[in-house]
Design a protein. Structure first.
Length: 416
């Protein structure tokens, strides 16, 4: 497994591998995992000490499960070493068998992944030469005649008859062979560029094609269920109006991390940047903020956390143990206030991607405000429903929780 990591290179894996999960006691030592989860003293256990040194900061550790999004081969290498050390020592035969099988399955999966990574490297090589390519990945463009707008998701040098492939983005393989001829053409073009024998294919706008992520409104009006379209370079032009550069599409997060107002480009993810190294070489997934804005965000986060702390105190002044007294609404509010007070506002996906290290101060401030607003709206909704129910209580025959049935159709149910 470690040898595979050495041979793989620096291909980003966050967009290639899903998060990995290890559960105790079958796949990982239950005792050591609980020590890690509770942040208890290691008691001289070198395996626990080493695990704390090697596991990335964005690892999610719970008493019965360890979850990690592998961003690169360094994360994968560290995970392999940690699992080997945590599972060292005596184990029940049934657990040992499961762990050995997991190791072989991991090796099999990584070997199967090699083809995908080789394909990514081939794409990277074919996109290193941008001669004749007018638009870059992340740029907002529009059709010269039809005027629909979108973001450049990717580009390639293709044969003219590939223009007809408009839906779904990537070119399709024929029914007679599994070879992707558009990729072969791109590789052949790359070889020509590298040898200095660039032909008219390189400079002809009709031979550069873009896969465009359409704006949601334009996709609907065009009748494009996929939200993508493929278009020749000669039919496109850059959008100059800043008000038209904000594109709405559910496909944006698949390729891009954010919109950069300074460069007026959508910033590609780490994997997409790797595949298109010359399009936005200086792009940053987390944008830079001016010092006053950073200070404002820091003060805003501190203020929200202070407010949450005071509101949590008010709940405790009302009743010390809402959960034990079956005060479910109050208990839920208290738990959310506690999490907000501690700054625990990131989603599970954000934590896996990298936690606070990969979140800008502006996004963190927005997350705190969103969570505070969510708590307020939940309380307001409960009060509104309570007031409405009190007004019509005398006209209500059945209470919440009553089991009822339809007098005509005969179906049964519970009043909620």
């Amino acid at each position: 497994l470690l040898d595979w990591c050495k041979r793989t290179g620096a291909v980003p894996l966050a967009g290639v591998l899903p998060p990995v999960h290890y559960k105790s006691p079958d796949e990982i030592s239950a005792y050591r995992l609980e020590v890690l989860a509770q942040k208890a003293p290691d008691m001289g256990d070198k395996a626990i000490v080493r695990a704390r040194e090697l596991l990335p900061s964005h690892t999610e550790i719970k008493p019965h499960q360890l979850t990690l999004l592998i961003r690169n081969t360094a994360d994968l290498k560290n995970l392999i070493q940690v699992m080997f050390r945590l599972n060292s020592g005596e184990a029940k035969p049934e657990h040992l068998k499961i762990r050995q099988a997991a190791a072989f399955n991991a090796l099999k999966s990584l070997n199967e992944l090699t083809d995908r990574l080789n394909s990514i490297e081939q794409e990277r090589q074919s996109h290193c030469n941008r001669n004749g390519v007018q638009f870059c990945v992340g740029q907002v463009v529009q059709h010269k005649d039809e005027r629909w707008r979108g973001v450049v998701g990717d580009w390639s040098r293709s044969r003219p008859n590939d223009e007809g492939n408009a839906e779904g983005g990537l070119s399709q393989k024929t029914s007679l062979t599994t070879k992707d001829y558009s990729m072969a053409f791109a590789e052949n073009s790359t070889e020509q560029h590298a040898s200095g024998n660039a032909s008219n294919v390189e400079s002809n706008d009709g031979n550069v094609f873009y896969n465009i992520i359409l704006d949601a409104g334009d996709a609907t009006s065009m009748g494009s269920p996929s939200g993508w379209t493929r278009c020749s370079q000669r039919d496109l032009e850059a959008v100059q109006d800043e008000h038209l550069m904000r594109i709405r599409s559910g496909h944006i997060p698949e390729k891009f991390a954010r919109f950069d107002p300074e460069s007026k480009l959508f910033v590609p993810t780490e994997l997409h940047t790797h595949q298109y190294p010359k399009d936005q070489p200086q792009a940053k997934v987390v944008g830079d903020l001016s010092t006053p804005v950073q200070e404002l965000c820091t003060d805003l986060v501190a203020g929200v956390q202070e407010l949450a702390s005071r509101m949590n105190r008010f709940v405790l002044d009302e009743t010390s143990c809402p959960a034990e007294r079956n005060l479910h609404v109050l208990s839920a509010v208290q738990e959310r206030m506690r999490a907000l007070k501690e700054g625990d506002v990131l989603s599970s996906e954000q934590k896996l991607v990298g936690g606070m290290d990969h979140i800008s101060p502006l996004t963190l401030a927005a997350q705190h405000l969103r969570e505070l607003l969510g708590i307020y709206l939940e309380i307001a909704e409960v009060n509104q429903k309570r007031e409405a129910s009190m007004k019509v209580k005398e006209n209500i025959k059945y209470d919440v929780g009553d089991v009822v049935y339809h007098t005509y159709f005969g179906f049964r149910g519970v009043v909620v």
